[in-house]
Design a protein around this ligand. Structure first.
Ligand code: FAD
Ligand code: NAP
Length: 489
């Protein structure tokens, strides 16, 4: 038996839970708009739909759902994409509608959404990237953001024509997060491994002809600050065709200098142990190399003799202050390379009519309740996912974060209903936002129409011995949707 205080708390918790997920039937549905169909959007929808009065309309700028699960997660990590199975069950709920191919803030203003729904959740992610701010970054051929390269191999329509020139032996990736590891792994993986994945055919074709043999991953700070995770580091160090090069003495020295701190931070201690562990002997020679560098900040992209293409990157050596900030020493080194990927993080952007923190790339919020420029809660506007907390965190982190936001929405629904049931009487939702003719004009794609695209992609993949071959152009996706509509009519 629980002691009385725990019994009371438990009763309160059960009561609160019952209120949040109240299934009281009433004439008026509670209409919620969710903007963005990545994990944040779907996990939020999942939680909100537990209240049986809630109806969710999800708006997505692309004709296809799932955000970075489709366009970010590496093709050789198919197990991560299993979350899509859960999202599919949400898509099948008859209180859920998907409106693909609708960019909120563009074809539909945010204000129109807010005035047509009781509650609006923004979960449109971080669709830009940070720049390095170095000389020649935007003018030389051979310099790409990791975001565009990842989008290219994963079939994002915006990057289908990137065509990176892989006719160079050496590539540099700046940044030491998991995206940098993804980029390096795709560049170095044996092509037979990639052929079995859902990587796009255009990328496979380019990687088959690639001359890249050496990749340098360069960080501005030290081993204690790397943002790789253990599993991903172990995976890349285990590549049988690639020799892993690192200054082990420097890492070991850093470890011994920070022994006390590391005993309190076991995951990082483990990560550093992996970093210095010698590679397992390989059955055959390792023709490729992956070199990890620390304490280097890129300062300039150096052109080749034609002046058009990257030939090297100039780095300033750093030392670390006690507060772990990197400071330039005034001494420079150059690493010759024909390709440079900046992998220094994604960045969120605002949409018209929204108070936005451009420096952090987030919508300011209190546990998911959006705030105005005075720091006051904007009634019935919420934010979840990377747009809420910035562009870090794996899918599980995003799920926890969406749980927090949806709890706030459910609490507010309960309070609003207690205040006045009629408060939720008179909004119209998607039909009111788009209108029937407008919906046709903007070509909104439904979830069942997405399933037609999905089936086609799987079929094309099967012919190539892959799980799927993605359609990479929006026009082609819409053509297929129109065909499916015509067949149904
Ligand atoms: P997103 O997934 O970006 O979803 C946002 C959605 O909003 C997109 O579909 C976008 O098209 C849409 N949108 C944008 N603007 C608008 C608009 N104006 N109107 C309507 N819709 C809009 N995590 C893991 O756990 N495992 C991994 O292996 C892994 N790999 C990753 C690889 C890469 C390259 C990246 C960048 C991240 C990876 N992550 C991984 C992290 C994971 O993808 C994120 O935690 C998660 O996707 C964030 O979810 P989100 O819903 O906030 O954003
Ligand atoms: P990240 O983890 O935040 O790493 C960004 C890296 O860029 C850091 O090393 C950072 O170093 C560096 N950086 C930032 N600004 C810089 C600058 N101006 N100059 C030089 N270096 C700079 O971001 P990410 O790699 O884009 O990943 C985003 C999130 O997705 C992460 O949470 C990641 O774990 C997740 N993800 C997961 C997987 C997976 O699970 N397999 C795969 C991909 C992505 P400082 O610390 O010095 O700023």
């Amino acid at each position: 038996m629980f002691p009385p205080s725990i019994r009371t708390n438990r009763r309160l918790a059960v009561h609160a839970f019952a209120r949040l997920y109240s299934t009281a039937t009433s004439a008026h549905p509670i209409k919620v708009a969710i903007i963005g169909s990545g994990p944040a959007g779907f996990y939020t929808a999942h939680n909100l739909l537990k209240n049986e009065r809630v109806q969710v309309d999800m708006y997505e700028s692309l004709p296809v759902p799932f955000g970075l699960v489709r366009f970010g997660v590496a093709p050789d990590h198919p197990e991560v994409k299993n979350v899509i199975n859960k999202f599919e069950t949400i898509g099948a709920n008859d209180r859920f509608q998907f409106y693909g191919n609708i960019r909120v803030g563009d074809s539909v203003p945010l204000q129109a959404i807010q005035s047509n729904y009781h509650y609006t959740v923004l979960s449109y992610g971080a669709s830009e990237d940070r720049h390095l701010g170095i000389d020649n970054e935007d003018s030389l051929q051979g310099i790409h953001s990791a975001r565009s390269f990842v989008g290219w191999y994963n079939g994002h329509p915006d990057f289908k024509d990137l065509a990176p020139n892989l006719d160079t032996e050496t590539a540099i990736v700046v940044g030491q997060g998991n995206v940098a590891l993804d980029v390096a792994r795709i560049l170095l993986s044996p092509i037979e491994e990639l052929e079995k994945t859902d990587i796009c055919e255009h990328a496979l074709e380019a990687l088959r002809k690639s001359s890249v043999k050496h990749v340098h991953i360069v960080g501005r700070r030290g081993p204690l600050q790397i943002a790789f995770t253990s599993k991903e580091l172990r995976e890349i160090m285990g590549m049988p065709n690639t020799r892993f090069i690192i200054d082990r003495d420097y890492v070991e020295k850093t470890v011994s200098e920070h022994k006390a701190a590391l005993t309190k931070d076991r995951p990082r201690k483990r990560l550093l142990e992996i970093l210095v562990k010698p590679q397992e002997p390989a059955d055959s020679p390792r023709p490729k190399t992956l070199t990890v560098h620390f304490l280097k900040t890129p300062r300039a992209a150096v052109p080749d003799s034609s002046g058009a293409r990257l030939a090297a990157v100039k780095f300033e050596d750093n030392e670390l202050r006690d507060d772990a900030v990197a400071v330039g020493t005034g001494s420079f080194t150059e690493i010759p390379a024909g390709l440079l990927f900046r992998s220094v993080g994604y960045k969120g952007t605002g949409i018209p009519g929204l108070h936005f923190d451009s420096r952090r790339g987030v919508v300011p919020n209190n546990k998911g309740r959006a705030l105005d420029s005075q720091g006051k809660i904007i009634p019935r506007l919420y934010v979840a996912g990377w747009l809420k907390r910035g562009p870090t965190g794996v899918i599980a982190t995003t799920m926890h974060d969406a749980n927090e936001t949806s709890t706030m929405v459910l609490e507010d629904i309960h309070q609003d209903l207690e205040a006045k049931e009629d408060a939720l009487a008179s909004v119209s939702g998607a039909a009111g936002v788009l209108g029937t003719s407008a919906a046709k004009a903007v070509d909104a794609v439904s979830f069942s129409e997405w399933k037609a695209i999905d089936a086609y992609e799987r079929e094309q993949g099967q012919k190539l011995g892959k799980p799927r071959e993605k359609i990479v152009s929006t026009e082609e996706m819409l053509r297929l949707v129109h065909e499916a509509r015509a067949a149904k009519a």
